[in-house]
Design a protein around this ligand. Structure first.
Ligand SMILES: C[S@@+](CC[C@H](N)C(=O)[O-])C[C@H]1O[C@@H](n2cnc3c(N)ncnc32)[C@H](O)[C@@H]1O
Length: 311
């Protein structure tokens, strides 16, 4: 992964209008969370590999943490482990995904028992049988998604028009680890102070106040038409949604929240977020199933604040 971090402005982009500076993290202020937390699920667009590049740009102290496009939650788990999050509201419009987190929060022992029942083995026939099950029990649904996420092709999440998971079998080693029991209990404990919702992003941040930190990691603006991965849910996330998101970003800025967003390096980002600080990170990222799409990619991140001492 390249270490290069640029400041990149389109010709039209004016000087950043940064209204807030937040303190730099001092070593003595670091209060590592006593639990080492890892994401429960692999998620397309997950930020895990990019965190070393992003970390210095996150604010160190804030009131409540909001992550309205939660997915696998790599940033949340990272900031929590670093002791920077006290209270949080995590949301994602994907109900099956949120069900996993709600069950981990409320019924972790029953979920672990189910996952250890002997049913969830990595085998093609078993995979297709489990995938086809009609389930209403939320614990069984959570166990199924955790299992499918570990055994399906590339850990993708995709549903058909009827809302049924349709990613094929992934051919991982027979003994692939379906879940990490200790981590799951730790995540459950960490969720006890966390609000979990299936709200749309706009609704999810309605109660954010001055001093809160909101991190938006939406489905990205496509660099090419074919690269636009819109199938996180059966609804896509098109340009109208990107515009609505940029409007919400501005509203939160006016309210005095600290706001950060990540997106692709499509030129429209500079128009949508004109006036904010926009930087580009060059990194290796696995977003596409196409082996040719797996080289270095540029990601942008947008902020309405700077860290003290930052240029
Ligand atoms: C790029 S992924 C987030 C990845 C995440 N940051 C991670 O590290 O795994 C985008 C997420 O946004 C969710 N999403 C799509 N449209 C949404 C909406 N209108 N409101 C809230 N969440 C939405 C999708 O379900 C998906 O999980």
């Amino acid at each position: 992964m390249s270490k290069k971090v640029d400041s990149e402005k389109s010709k039209k982009h004016k000087q950043p209008r940064i209204t807030q500076f937040v303190p730099e993290l001092k070593d003595t202020e670091k209060s590592p969370y006593y639990l080492e937390l890892k994401p429960i699920l692999k998620w397309v667009g997950g930020k895990r590999g990019l965190i070393p590049h992003y970390d210095k740009f996150f604010p160190v102290s804030f009131k409540r943490y909001y992550e309205p496009f939660f997915g696998g939650g790599a940033v949340f788990f990272h900031l929590l482990t670093k002791g920077r999050i006290q209270k949080a509201k995590l949301s994602d419009i994907n109900e099956e995904l949120l069900n996993v987190y709600i069950i981990i929060k409320t019924s972790v022992e029953a979920l672990i028992q189910e996952l250890k029942s002997g049913k969830y083995i990595n085998d093609k026939e078993v995979f297709y049988n489990i995938r086809a099950e009609e389930l209403s029990d939320p614990i069984l649904r959570a166990a199924r998604l955790i299992y499918l996420n570990r055994t399906c092709y590339n850990g993708l999440y995709r549903v058909n028009k009827q809302g049924k998971f349709n990613v094929p079998y992934g051919k991982y080693p027979k003994n692939v680890r379906i879940f990490d029991e200790k981590n799951m209990r730790n995540v459950s404990e960490s969720f006890q102070n966390v609000v979990l919702t299936t709200d749309d992003f706009e609704e999810a941040v309605k109660d954010a106040k001055k001093g809160d930190f909101v991190y938006f990691d939406p489905p990205y603006v496509p660099l090419t038409d074919t690269a636009y991965f819109t199938d996180y849910t059966s609804e896509g996330f098109g340009i109208k949604e990107q515009e609505r998101l940029a409007k919400v970003f501005r509203e939160l800025d006016k309210r005095g929240c600290l706001v950060m967003g990540s997106n692709s390096s499509a030129s429209i980002i500079w128009e949508l977020y004109e006036g904010f600080d926009i930087q580009t990170v060059h990194a290796k990222r696995y977003i596409s199933c196409d082996p040719n799409g797996r080289g270095g990619v540029k990601e942008t991140f947008i902020r309405n604040y700077k860290i003290n001492g930052e240029e």
